[in-house]
Design a protein around this ligand. Sequence first.
Ligand SMILES: [Zn+2]
Length: 264
Amino acid sequence: MTRSPSSSTGLHGISPASAKPRRAAASTPAAGARRRKAAVDAAPAAGSTQRIVDAVTTAIVERRLMPGTKLVEQQLGDLFKVSRTVVRQALNQLSRDHLVVLEPARGAFVAQPSVDEARQVFEVRRMLEQQMVRQLCAVVTDEQVALLRAHLVREAAAVERIDVAGRTRLLADFHVVLARMLGNEVLAQLLADLLARCSLIALMYQSAHDAGHSAEEHVAIVDAIARRDARAAARLMDSHLGHVERNLQLHPRAVDLAAALALA
Ligand SMILES: [Zn+2]
């Protein structure tokens, strides 16, 4: 089991999905292994905590863990072969990431984001990600464009073979990969957290936005980045996130009887 190097620095909240491209893009495997070994030697408990955080986050990103699911401490402890103290630390971390809710006397549950929270998460993503692709157009290298195209090939292949977990993770990772290419770890981490929350939101509010459509929109964004067309990249990102949000059923249907009956 590999661990995110973040465990050595105490920086949590990076999903393993998002940690992968960073390791691939930013460091050699040997350097990664050295850091991981150092992390394990320095803080074995922190490593175990991160392992649980990563596993739960990945299950949420891949939409295998449903909102409202109870996370039983004892069961997690048995599954990961760790003490309940370590499990509790992991659940606290997940609660700070807004992925888990801790209820006194009842225990831990996978979070169920409200409609307001969903809107706010998408609002923040639109602000961040438009600016992100705009900046990326100014600094992106041909090698990074090639990495993005390789990511798109993997997305398309996962969509093609109806690999639901794989395609969901790759579609989310696309956004974190863009952030990471700017070399801004704070932004990448923030986006990884927001993406995991978006997975819960999509599970809560039935997204009609299909994976194939998202993959096509990603291709258009990368085409704009490859042309270093900042304005087009920002516009395409905004409309992509707008489509994803609009396809969530965040609006109660037919609240106005007259409008519903077309009498208004
Ligand atoms: Zn997307």
